[in-house]
Write a protein that binds this ligand. Structure first.
Ligand SMILES: [Zn+2]
Length: 415
């Protein structure tokens, strides 16, 4: 417990988070990244599963050793469980009086409290059955399977306790595959690197905290920030300025990856009339139009919809349909395919954007003069997109904070 508390305090201090964290933020901090959390696991929550799993794997050897000891035989390296019932029974009786059996019984009680069902076939039907359940053969991956059940139970609990649609939409979007890639990227190059301040802002966004403490309650646009901590990501006053910068950062990154993969790229193709897509990309056998977009699923407009932000990538699908309505006829007249590249602010990538990256990875493999790994290319692109998105989000959030403080200052006559 003390170790967990120290880790939590370190995270709060390093990232300048409010202390103490709310129960909801604390739960999200502890959840695995794939379930929408931040991956700061609690040693306390892992301890019982780890002990139980370790003893379960060693059970045949423990029974063998105890059986030899009970029979008065010398211990040997081959201490696997004997098969004869006449030998096993006395060993099991002896085992039940040893401290390890008591510890296992305590672990079972804790695991049940943590949400592991007795129907999961991982726990013994009764405390005394542990040695018969795991004594016959080595079963691997028990700790991992127990933790999957525990974390799924924790994630369900967090979701069950959330009633406002904005937080619900955030939790759903954060649990989309790859949405937390930026949290586990090794900053080995400039395109995989986030400034500490930007990392802290991305962390706050994932926890559902406002970008800074002590912000005025109202945005310059009049929206109540305390009711919508991620408001700046959907603020109408930032759309034509810093939000456009975030968009351009993403387009520039995608164009650079497309060129690296061997495609010819025309950013903002001026020969296209009317509203044009962000880029025209010439592959070896065909041409694609690409339009990048970021959508904030937890904006009040999408969050209260029962059909948009209530499912994984629902907001991204909504924006993809809008983009198709806008650009399909243009793409058809150009003889090109059209890909809407839609990112949700929390990191989820729409299905069609994912297909576009697959297409880039295929081109990369076809064009390379030597053998290359398609998955490695795809993973790197995913990570750089994840980083550039959070960098752009941070810029938007910082601009929103400055604008809001400035407006509040003017209201009270400071400038
Ligand atoms: Zn606003």
């Amino acid at each position: 417990m003390l170790f967990d508390t120290m880790v939590c305090h370190s995270v709060i201090r390093k990232l300048h988070l409010p202390s103490p964290l709310s129960d909801e933020a604390h739960s999200i901090l502890r959840l695995p990244i794939r379930l929408g959390g931040c991956g700061i696991r609690s040693l306390h929550s892992v301890a019982s599963a780890a002990y139980f799993g370790a003893v379960a794997i060693a059970a045949p050897f423990i029974i063998g050793t105890v059986a030899r000891f009970v029979q008065g035989q010398p211990l040997s390296e081959d201490s696997t469980s004997p098969s004869s019932a006449s030998v096993i029974e006395p060993a099991l009786v002896a085992l039940r009086s040893l401290p390890v059996s008591r510890h296992i019984a305590d672990c079972v009680d804790t695991l049940i409290l943590q949400g592991v069902s007795t129907d999961s076939k991982l726990l013994p039907a009764s405390r005394l059955d542990f040695w018969t359940l795991y004594g016959t053969g080595s079963k691997r991956g028990i700790q991992k399977r127990l933790m999957q059940l525990i974390y799924a139970h924790s994630a369900d609990n967090v979701m069950r306790q959330v009633h406002d649609p904005i937080t619900r939409a955030k939790l759903i979007s954060c649990s989309v595959k790859h949405s937390g890639s930026w949290l586990s990227v090794v900053p080995s190059s400039s395109d995989l690197f986030l400034l500490d301040s930007h990392f802290a802002l991305a962390f706050r966004l994932r926890l559902g905290l406002p970008p800074q403490d002590g912000l005025p309650p109202f945005c310059r646009c009049g929206a109540l920030i305390t009711a919508d901590p991620g408001h700046f990501l959907s603020c109408k006053l930032l759309k034509q300025t810093i939000v456009t910068t975030r968009h351009d950062l993403i387009v520039r990154l995608l164009a650079s990856h497309a060129r690296f993969a061997g495609g010819a790229v025309y950013v903002e193709p001026r020969h296209l009339e009317g509203k044009r897509a962000d880029a025209q990309i010439f592959f070896s056998t065909d041409t694609s139009l690409l339009d990048a977009s970021v959508i904030h699923p937890a904006s009040p407009y999408y969050a209260i919809s029962t059909t948009i932000a209530s499912t994984h990538l629902g907001a991204a699908r909504f924006r993809e349909r809008q983009k198709h309505n806008k650009y399909d006829s243009q793409a058809k007249s150009e003889g090109a395919s059209f890909f809407p590249f839609v990112l949700e602010t929390y990191g989820g990538l729409g299905a069609e954007g994912s297909q576009f990256l697959d297409k880039l990875a295929k081109l990369y493999v076809e064009n390379s003069p030597f053998s290359v790994n398609r998955t490695a290319f795809r993973t790197r692109v995913n990570r750089t997109v994840s980083i550039i998105l959070q960098r752009g989000n941070a810029l938007v959030q910082l601009a929103g904070c400055i604008s809001t403080r400035d407006a509040a200052g003017r209201r009270v006559g400071y400038s």
